[in-house]
Ligand binder design. Sequence first.
Ligand SMILES: Nc1ncnc2c1ncn2[C@@H]1O[C@H](COP(=O)(O)OP(=O)(O)OP(=O)(O)O)[C@@H](O)[C@H]1O
Ligand SMILES: [Mg+2]
Length: 643
Amino acid sequence: MKYPVQKISLEKGLLEGKNLVISSPTASGKTIIAELGVINNWINKKGKSVYIVPLRALAYEKYTEFKEKYLGLGIKIGISTGNYDSTSEYLADKDLIILTSEKLDSLIRHKACWLSEISLIISDETHTLTDISRGPTLEIILTLLKENFSPQIIALSATISNAYEIAEWLNAEVIFSDYRPVPIKKGIFVENKLIFEEGAEEVGDFMSFIKTIVKKGKQVLIFLSSRRNTESLAEKISKEFPLIETELPKKVLSTLENPTKQCKKEYECLRHGIAFHHAGLINKQRILIEKGFREGKIKIICATTTLAAGLNLPAFLVVIRDLKRFSGGYSQYLPNFEIQQMLGRCGRPKYDKTGLGILVAKNFSEAEELKERYLYGEIEPITSKLSIEPVLRMHILSLISSEFVRSTDELLKFFEKTFFGYSFGTIYELQKKIEDILFQLEELNFITLDNFKVTRIGRRVSELYLDPLSAYRLIKAIERANLNIKDTFYLQIICYCTELYPLLKVKNKEGLDYEDFIVKNKNNFLMNVPDAWDFEYEIFVNSLKTANLLKDWIEEKDEETILEKYGITPGELYTKKINAEWLLYGMQEFSKLKGRLDIMKELKKLELRVKYGVKEELLDLVRIKGIGRIKARRLYNKGIKYR
Ligand SMILES: Nc1ncnc2c1ncn2[C@@H]1O[C@H](COP(=O)(O)OP(=O)(O)OP(=O)(O)O)[C@@H](O)[C@H]1O
Ligand SMILES: [Mg+2]
């Protein structure tokens, strides 16, 4: 039997509504189990199915696939990964909803009317629970939905070593298999050799090895630790491959009105059938590249972890070139579960009969280390990351705001039901933190503890998916603001919020200019300037530099010049823009609540200027579809100023 987990799932009650934790290798056909669950749920009119994924790319892949398969049957499918201040009413009549855990969390905050109709939850890539930044959200929503609506839960992962623990938490059966229908041969590349368990093979240098594979008509995925590394390796490899004729390079180049250096680099690589893929690319380009690889128009992709989990791609060979990541001040070997997820992208049943997964070692002694860690090593257990403070603060406000808890006691009981509570057997460690946060939220005026209710403004903070501390800063800034405040100071205050992190760092040689500006404008800032010896001062100066980046953008400085001046990629600029728009929108909502309509108008203009990257005078023109900042400027200079 090629897909044993599928049979066992049926035997263990998949169609009888049993909760299941399925722990089985990459490419072992876990998705179909989820699909059977969805069809069963739909045929029996039990309610809605929700499919939770950690990556937008994966949401998109599943959505496309399910639509193709099931729209004909009449199953209505929706996807939602976008705007967090929206109840997404259109989802109300869908039978299957695919979304990220953050989006589902935001729908809970907005009290989406159909939540109680959820009767099946698929949690794909459940090892995400152990991820510091995304795990807590998944943990909270799983706890909340299981405690309030008792849906069937199907949790999937190829890399959970403590499946029994997760299963006990979710009151589920474990389905375990170690069978992968397409075998992967795993080995290590070191000094022109491939070392496997059964012996070594001479393959020439790295480039010749890759070229031999591609010559056989196979495709390759190479994982690297940074965006820069993906770009430079893709460029290097593309010089070794002949030009090929496809429309793809041009399509990718024309996604931006004014292509940047990075776009041109990608274009050059693509002309040779090579690409780089990282979070610094804009979404449209990423989708085009993923599609190009699936259609065989791209032979090799050099990627960061953006393609590391769940995706079905036609890669015969996966190479992990960088095995360490810089974190917490030093470089560390990646956890084994991440490595196995990346290796799992090769040899997918739809495309190949075997796969090859290779780790690159710098020398023979590292090769030994890699063997121990990743070829014979154990996979780390999943642990809860819920006790991190900013995360806890956001979720506590949300739980109170959405009225899922109505007293401190209920709140503590809720945390006992989380994976944290389950695995430690007590929430003693959390209790003190939770109580401190409750006092802090009351001090910020977001909740009132005597009746355990959210305030009007607290509810809005929760709905807007903002860190309560950021929201507090924005509200205080509104109280200080007047109509003479210049853009820079609004931009500075939003950059001071964690949502705009990581901030640009002020270099030594720039330090004096910034200090000078700060001293001269001390009274214009929308927050108190921290003392120069305070650790917050550095954040303050960096927030000002990040604000200057946004300021250059809305003053219509050329995009390429901005990227070079601040040393960032188009994707980084894009993310900053999106988050800045979001905070400016949040600030308008708070101005409305505070009755400051004068400020609200200013903020609306600023939000649009950040969105389009223009001075105020162009706002009317850029709102016309197909007219970007550059075209609008040309029209304006020719005297065409309005719609
Ligand atoms: N019973 C089956 N017969 C033939 N092909 C199958 C069967 N089940 C699954 N497949 C194919 O196997 C491939 C991998 O399946 P799937 O994406 O579900 O893997 P997975 O277990 O979710 O892996 P990962 O952990 O990497 O997400 C898909 O292309 C799917 O079409
Ligand atoms: Mg999967």
